[in-house]
Structure formats: structure tokens, C-alpha cells
Design a protein around this ligand. Sequence first.
Ligand SMILES: [Zn+2]
Length: 115
Amino acid sequence: MCNALALTVGSLPASKTHKSGRRWAFLPSSDLASPSLGTLTIVQSKRDTVSYSVAVEDHQVLFAKADGSEVYGVNLKAGRPVRCSCTGFHFAKKCKHLDAAVEMIADGVLDVCHA
Ligand SMILES: [Zn+2]
């Protein structure tokens, strides 16, 4: 076990549409049998809050929406997030998934050594 089962929170850099207050929270999963490492909540505003189940596999950080409707993959290169599969990244070359992956790796929440 690398991570204690504690909530980790952090902030995200401002984006074009959300100037301030962007933040994230990560709660590690207690279910070791599950491929999910835990639940990430990204808050961009009061009305824009979304939770993902996070997994690391095959050089990607996977963000799966709680209802299973969407899965986004942030590609890693030498342990650094380089691109995301979502449409936001496709157009803007940045997105909240990539921002969150950068922050979680910097905080040591995500272990990408073996990704
Ligand atoms: Zn994305």
C-alpha cells in the first residue's frame, strides 16, 4: 500500500472559462480487488462538479464517469501527462483531466512509476 486512505485535495490552475476556484479531491479506494485507485472529484464551479473513478494502466490515467457513460484517457510519457482523449483537449489542447492528472502525480496521489 502506497497511499493511506485519506482524502487529498488540491487546486487547479485557472482556465479560460473558470478563472479561479478550480479544485480537486481524491479519495483512495479501499477495495484492493478493484482496478479503480479511487474517486476523483473535479470542481470547476458550484454547478460544474464531476466525479470519476480513476485507474492507471497501459501508460494512461483513465477517468471513468461514475455512471459509466464516459471514459477519458490521459496519456503519459515518461510519467508526465501529455494528452487527453476528451473533446475539450482535442480543441483546446488542455482540459481538466490533464490538469488533474498533473496535480495528482505532483502530489504523489497517483503512482505512475509502473504505468
Ligand atoms: Zn480531458
